[in-house]
Design a protein around this ligand. Structure first.
Ligand code: BYC
Length: 472
């Protein structure tokens, strides 16, 4: 019998027999998946100082304690309802939001929930070996915090599938545990979630750039007319902020350390010789994860996106900041390839909604890169990190069949093949990173040579706190 105490929630689980029965069936499969595909080597003998969502009260929504990972209390939370909430965009603008799924939008909504849900376990799978190469206990704890919360986000989507999509929803919930990141026969739905993450630079870039796509998409889903979807995703955003913090500060600490080592090695010294991660390598990983995450916003011109907007299923980030919420007449200026040349075209904004969200995303990423550059500036270095052009290394959308350099200049196939390892991680770069990460650092307060300690610990605890402890 599933116990509601083991599943913190504000969805009335103890009085909802139907949901309880559905979860009773699903939960053991989830736990088995977590053991098989979650953090490898950290299931039974380690206790991790993690936060657990226990309510949606902004003043105290989380509880911090040592937990064995498979015993984490994955909960189900909806942000508080907004009184008399109305549909904020599209063809049904101004009507009351929906508490149930309208039949005509069932397939589209299910597809959105499944796509969102699929990314969550995928990221845990991608990151499952990183604990064995961690730079410190502080970072190990952050990795596991991100992992358990992605697990909770899967629960959030499974709650919606079980509660609002009947039998199909139950089947989809099972399949979310059956697809696997990188599996040739049953891959995860979106491409970036099939990429391996085998070193900590990948992990920090992923949490900086790919989790930020999570923010983009959750912001747009939190505008949804389906109120339970809106409320679920609104609360997920609370946890997402820490994931991006982990990514941004992780890269910042690697940069800080690179600057310290560069000074020690002599200004122009090769920082790899003293065990650091050099700026050109950091730039290559920015190029990779930014371009993969741009792809996650879909095609520039999309009838799916237009129809999600028209039907009120998926809005824009911060929809209230826009003046026009119907968007029936507005046009969007898009750079398109026409007869081999880039040309500006005006297309109906509804069909450009993926691009509109991508604009928001690029701005948010740029702010992070600007903060990283302040570190280089503070240390007196003239190098700067930058986001590559949007056309660079795209796998989805109208630029995916062409090649561009990071400045956006078009390249021939041959030039691209010849030069891509200047801009994207090459096998030798990965080999180098694995070589400096081969030995995990499990001693409290100690940090691997390539990364600076954080400025402060977690939730007021010291930097040298034992964030992960072994149970004998
Ligand atoms: N990879 O009309 P289009 C997160 C497909 S991350 C593979 O542009 P649409 C997290 C597309 O499915 C956020 N296929 O598509 C982060 C379609 O297929 P069909 C996750 C792709 O629907 C870190 C076709 O191309 N949430 O939370 O407008 C850790 C036509 O494309 C891709 C969501 O994604 C791709 N990248 O846009 C943990 C929100 N892109 O119809 C978690 C829900 C497109 O030809 N999803 N295709 O079979 C969506 O809103 C939309 O599905 C997308 C795609 C924005 C992703």
């Amino acid at each position: 019998m599933i116990s509601a105490e083991r599943i913190p929630n504000n969805v009335g689980l103890s009085s909802n027999k139907r949901l309880q029965r559905a979860l009773e069936h699903w939960q053991p499969k989830y736990i088995q998946w977590w053991r098989d595909m979650g953090p490898q080597g950290f299931q039974d003998y380690h206790q991790v100082y993690v936060r657990t969502a226990v309510s949606v009260d902004p003043a105290g929504w989380a509880h911090f304690e040592y937990v064995k990972l498979p015993e984490y209390r994955w909960g189900i939370f909806l942000a508080d309802p907004v009184h008399d909430r109305r549909i904020g965009f599209g063809d049904f603008l101004g009507q009351p939001v929906w508490q149930e799924v309208p039949g005509e939008f069932r397939n589209q909504l299910r597809r959105l929930v499944v796509t969102q849900g699929d990314t969550e376990p995928a990221s845990v799978e991608q990151q499952r070996w990183l604990g064995q190469r961690c730079p410190s206990l502080y970072d190990l704890r952050n990795l596991f915090q991100v992992n358990v919360e992605e697990g909770r986000h899967l629960w959030a989507m499974v709650y919606l599938l079980h509660s609002y999509f009947g039998r199909d929803g139950r089947d989809e919930a099972e399949e979310l545990l059956e697809r696997q990141s990188g599996n040739r026969d049953k891959p995860r739905i979106l491409d970036a979630f099939n990429e391996p993450i085998d070193n900590w630079l990948d992990f920090f870039m992923f949490t900086m750039f790919t989790d930020r796509d999570g923010k983009s998409q959750l912001l747009s889903l939190s505008e949804s007319s389906l109120d339970p979807l809106s409320r679920t995703t609104r609360f997920m955003l609370t946890e997402e902020a820490h994931h991006m913090f982990v990514g941004e500060t992780g890269v910042a600490r690697i940069l800080e350390r690179a600057c310290q080592l560069m000074k020690r090695a002599g200004f122009s010294g090769d920082v790899r010789k003293v065990g650091g991660i050099d700026i050109p390598t950091i730039q290559k990983f920015i190029n990779l994860w930014f371009s993969l995450s741009l792809d996650l916003h879909g095609n520039e011109v999309s009838t799916n996106a237009a129809s999600y907007f028209a039907n009120g299923l998926k809005g824009r980030a911060f929809e209230e900041k826009w003046d026009d919420h119907a968007v029936t007449e507005a046009m969007y200026e898009l750079q398109m390839m026409r007869e081999g040349r880039l040309q500006t075209q005006h297309i109906p904004m509804r069909t450009a909604m993926n691009e509109v969200l991508r604009d928001w995303y690029v701005g948010d990423c740029q702010a992070g890169v600007t903060r990283w550059n302040k570190i280089l500036e503070r240390h007196g270095f003239s190098d700067r990190l930058r986001l590559p052009d949007r056309k660079f290394n795209r796998g989805i959308g109208m630029f995916s069949s062409l090649h561009f350099d990071p400045e956006g200049h078009q390249l021939t196939d041959d030039d691209w093949q010849r030069r891509k390892s200047e801009w994207l991680p090459a096998p030798l770069d990965r080999e180098y990173l694995l070589s400096i990460m081969a030995e995990p650092v499990y001693e409290p307060g100690k940090f691997a040579n390539y990364i600076a300690p954080p400025q402060r610990g977690i939730k007021g605890a010291a930097v040298n706190f034992e964030y992960v402890r072994t149970e004998l």
